[in-house]
Ligand binder design. Structure first.
Ligand SMILES: Cc1cc2nc3c(=O)[nH]c(=O)nc-3n(C[C@H](O)[C@H](O)[C@H](O)COP(=O)(O)O)c2cc1C
Length: 186
């Protein structure tokens, strides 16, 4: 089972990274054949979509923009599972994750079909409503419906803006580990 794991936070070892890594630990222990490739978006050059529609015209493979997405497209196509981890920024995902998702428009929808998507979020607000995480869940439901993928798991945790909040939150760590471990049973 191939897993493409996307860290959408610009902080390499922050709360979102801690959450993602515990999820991956559960995933590997629950499905020992998993092969995880993690991409830290902040260290990759991924321009925003230019809207040129070259991808739609079928004239080129993937995208007219040549940057770090060129290699990531193949990883995406091969993956059975896409794990998206992001802090909530202004009631939605980070700009890094949005650019990545927009660029996936260049992948024909038949290549998305059957993939499972997992959404992991951290936020400073009290809960999914207060933080705006509800908006992102909604966006991902639309995306899954449009691309005929499955939004298989969603997990969010409040950090109240404290840098070590997730690392100190045993419940969140245990919850997310268990989600990873049981991914294929959902
Ligand atoms: C630019 C920016 C915008 C943010 N917007 C929100 C928001 O709309 N709602 C919220 O609950 N938290 C917001 N936060 C707080 C982060 O989501 C929160 O601190 C998160 O846990 C940070 O994750 P990290 O440690 O991986 O960076 C924002 C933080 C930043 C830097």
């Amino acid at each position: 089972m191939k897993v493409l794991s996307i860290l959408g936070s610009p902080i390499r070892n922050g709360n979102t990274a801690t959450l993602l890594h515990m999820y991956e630990k559960g995933l590997v222990e629950g499905q020992p054949d998993s092969e995880i490739t993690e991409i830290f978006l902040q260290e990759n050059k991924i321009q925003g979509c230019s809207g040129c529609m070259s991808c739609d015209l079928g004239k080129i493979k993937h995208c007219a923009i040549k940057d770090d997405m060129t290699e990531i497209y193949d990883l995406f196509e091969e993956a059975n599972i896409l794990v998206l981890a992001t802090p909530i920024y202004f009631f939605s995902m980070t700009a890094q994750l949005k650019a990545f998702i927009d660029r996936l428009y260049a992948v024909p929808f038949e290549k998305w079909r059957g993939k499972k998507i997992v959404l992991l979020m951290t936020y400073g607000g009290d809960d999914e409503e207060d933080s705006g995480a509800v908006n992102l869940v909604h966006i991902m439901e639309y995306l899954a419906n449009y691309t005929k993928t499955e939004l298989a798991q969603v997990y969010g945790v409040s950090t109240r803006m404290r840098p070590d909040a997730v690392a100190e939150n045993d419940k969140a760590l245990n919850d997310v580990y268990e989600l990873g471990r049981r991914l294929l049973t959902v």
